[in-house]
Design a protein around this ligand. Structure first.
Ligand code: UDP
Length: 250
């Protein structure tokens, strides 16, 4: 797999179609796989925090979830094929899981969201096996974390969606990967809110015009603070490009 480095994060240069196939080929090969889907906001968090960067870079698959990341790859002269949105990657994994008989555990969201997502997904994919669900509000530093790990492992799930928001989910997946028995662990942010139907994705026109971020801002104005990471990200990319030119970055 060709890797393209943006702010030191080695993104997989892979298409939307290939990404779920690669993930499933790793399940068949019994290779534990953590998938993360950083967008520009998360990439900027990594630029500002070495620990977050370490956690993100420790994942086995790093998919570019965002036009900002794709734009940066072009700016740096190493273009990525395309954006691979986590929410779409997750849905493709659900479809493949239903087709190939793998079971799925949904972790994350407020009380009731994972249940609702499970029932919506099952109505679209009647063959889908849901091994279990759990909300994402638990004390990750106490015994409660062990209970959650036990619940997931006992469910016998092959695939786990971890939807706790970034960077919590990436940290949790990295810390617990060796204790978890599902072979495929996908960190998918707010995807359960979307699968449950509680939150609507941007209309197709916004997605086509690469303005999904703007739609999210209109719907959730409180995201403005987080979104300030976008201009910061572009600034970081410009700095990174200069360092590359000087030969201090590869
Ligand atoms: N969430 C959770 N546990 C927490 C904090 C957040 O399960 O301790 C969930 C929250 O309910 C929401 C998701 O994580 O469903 C974060 O969604 P967001 O769209 O903010 O994801 P991001 O943009 O960070 O990927």
């Amino acid at each position: 797999m060709q890797k393209i480095k943006i702010l030191d994060i080695p993104f997989d240069n892979i298409t939307k179609k290939e990404a779920p196939e690669l993930a499933f080929s790793r399940i068949s090969a019994k290779k534990k796989t953590v998938v993360v889907t950083p967008n520009a906001e998360i990439a900027q968090m990594c630029a500002e925090d070495e620990n977050i960067k370490k956690v993100v870079c420790s994942a086995d698959m790093i998919l570019p979830d965002g036009e900002g990341v794709v734009l940066a790859s072009k700016k740096l002269g190493t273009p990525l094929f395309e954006k691979v949105a986590g929410v779409e990657f997750g849905m493709d994994c659900v479809s493949l899981a239903a087709e190939r008989g793998y079971s799925l555990f949904l972790l994350g969201g407020k009380e009731g969201v994972a249940e609702k997502a499970a029932s919506e997904l099952c109505s679209h994919f009647p063959a889908l096996r849901i091994a279990g669900v759990r909300n994402g509000y638990f004390d990750r530093d106490s015994k409660e974390n062990e209970h959650v790990l036990n619940q997931i492992n006992k469910s016998g799930a092959d695939i786990l969606f971890v939807c706790l928001g970034a960077p919590t989910q990436e940290k949790w997946a990295a810390e617990n990967r060796d204790k978890l028995s599902p072979l495929l662990i996908c960190c998918l942010g707010g995807s359960l809110d979307i699968y449950s139907g509680n939150v609507k994705r941007a209309p197709k026109l916004f997605i086509k015009l690469r303005l999904e971020w703007f739609w999210r801002l209109l719907k959730e104005p409180t995201r403005i603070g987080r979104m300030m990471n976008l201009p910061k990200f572009l600034h970081s990319v410009n700095k990174y490009k200069k360092l590359q030119k000087r030969g201090t970055k590869c």
